[in-house]
Design a protein around this ligand. Structure first.
Ligand code: ARG
Length: 459
């Protein structure tokens, strides 16, 4: 049997393998709601411009409502022989309303249709990412508030460097996520033009009103070049690149959770509802959700890579290659969605083991820089000399098997005779973090000020 949509030119139906490679309904049915919205806007515009009758548009709109009901109820008869969501909906509309349905495809093509549907879908996802990240930021700000003066070791090279506060650490991620959100919103703004009405590639001879359909679909305005409009997938590329960067941020936090929940660190405890047990080792509480968030960039960057490679070198305008954009893009966006939600769940109910963090912060001579700074300030020593004296004191403490504040004043004076007992004031962890008052520093006062800043931003 010839194809319903282009049967005029074809005597034979497709080979089974042709159908198998050509079909996209299995995945592009996710664009059903966007496709319906596009058809409604287009039909209304055709009638307003006098291209089809108001009786026809009434039939079409009524039929589209029924199609929507069938899709929502799960009774819509998706047919693989009708290839994609656009032809499935149009064919079903024809069954429901008869000849009026045949007028809907006036002045449009599946090429501008698919570009419009996918752009609408991506715009919705961008808004959802932004909202999801906001919720994660709120969870992080709450932790920062509760832990503005919780001392933990700050690391470079995963070696204890200087004491910081857990609140400051949480707010570092709030900053990253703010940049992610602004990238998603930038992508949203640049995806603000509607392709609908570009038709197959060249525009149309019908007197359509593209401003009207653009506005009806929530776009800012119509695209200015019909060739670009049907060939462009930048909006997906941008979304997936921003998603890739975001997923990297989430994976870094996920990795920290994996480290922190280990018995060796024991800094935090995940809520039961975000931990898993082991089928063989009863003592285990595994951070599976964090590990999976850590793993998601593989799929998301993979999606970006596969779209970049698919588009590379494609001549103007639409090519069927572009149908391959959807599966990876859906998968990548779904992966990010889930990663954000899982991270929000973990961060919201994470319990912090303050004594363990403090204990660990005191190890590894983490206040050595404070000692060097004190030598500069109190003894007017050049920083390089202070660095050297401090190094000798660290070596002495190491030899003695104690921390810097475990050395006696006499032992300190062997390295530098001018040292006074006031040095012990800067060696404590609390003194150390309190003194980091430079803008952007880890002092509890700064952290509280930043918490206030973010509460305002997020309200
Ligand atoms: N299913 C197609 C896609 O996803 C829709 C556009 C097809 N256009 C065409 N002329 N074959 O890209």
């Amino acid at each position: 049997m010839g194809n319903k949509m282009w049967g005029g030119r074809f005597a034979d139906g497709p080979d089974a393998i042709m159908e198998a490679i050509n079909v996209s309904i299995d995945f592009d049915q996710r664009l059903a709601m966007q496709d319906l919205a596009g058809s409604r806007a287009h039909a209304q515009m055709l009638s307003d411009c006098g291209i089809i009758s108001s009786a026809d548009v009434a039939e079409i709109l009524k039929g589209l409502d029924q199609v929507e009901q069938e899709i929502v109820n799960g009774t819509f008869p998706f047919r693989r022989d009708l290839e994609d969501i656009h032809m499935n909906i149009e064919a079903r509309l024809t069954e429901i309303v008869g000849p009026a349905a045949g007028r809907l495809h006036t002045a449009r093509s599946r090429n501008d249709q698919v570009a419009t549907d996918f752009k609408l879908h991506v715009r919705e996802r961008l808004v959802a990412f932004d909202e999801g990240l906001k919720q994660l930021q709120i969870a992080l700000v709450n932790q920062a508030d509760a832990n503005a003066d919780t001392v933990m070791p700050g690391f470079t090279h995963l070696q204890t460097a200087q004491p910081v506060t857990f609140g400051h650490h949480c707010l570092a991620y709030v900053e990253m996520l703010a940049r992610d959100r602004s990238r998603f919103m930038d992508a949203h703004a640049r995806a603000g033009q509607s392709p609908l009405g570009s038709a197959a590639l060249a525009g149309t001879s019908f007197p359509i009103n593209r401003e009207q359909t653009a506005k009806a679909l929530g776009f800012d305005d119509p695209t200015r070049n019909s060739l670009d409009a049907v060939a462009d997938r930048d909006f997906v590329l941008e979304t997936l690149s921003a998603a890739s960067i975001c997923s990297i941020h989430l994976s870094r936090l996920a990795e920290e959770i994996v480290i922190w929940t280990s018995a060796q660190f024991n800094f935090v405890r995940l809520p039961d509802k975000f931990s898993t047990g082991s089928s063989i080792m009863p003592q285990k509480r595994n951070p599976d959700a964090a590990e999976l968030v850590r793993a998601k960039p593989g799929r998301i960057i993979g999606a970006l890579t596969s779209l970049l490679v698919m588009l590379k070198g494609l001549p103007m305008t639409y090519s069927k290659d572009m149908q391959e954009d959807k599966e990876p893009a859906f998968d990548g966006m779904d992966a990010l969605d889930l990663a954000i939600a899982a991270m929000t769940g973990m961060m919201a109910d994470l319990t912090v083991n303050k004594p363990a963090m403090r204990d660990s912060a005191g190890k590894g001579f983490s206040t050595a820089t404070d000692l060097a700074d004190w030598l500069v300030r109190a003894l007017d020593m050049p920083f390089r000399d202070a660095h050297h004296v401090t190094g000798r004191l660290v070596a002495a403490a190491e030899a003695k098997g104690c921390d810097l504040d475990g050395l006696t004043l006499d032992e300190m004076r062997e390295a530098e005779p001018k040292i006074t007992s006031e040095v012990f004031d800067v060696l404590g962890l609390d003194n150390s973090v309190k003194s980091r008052t430079s803008f952007g520093g880890t002092s509890p006062d700064n952290v509280r000020a930043q918490v206030a800043f973010w509460r305002e931003q997020l309200s």
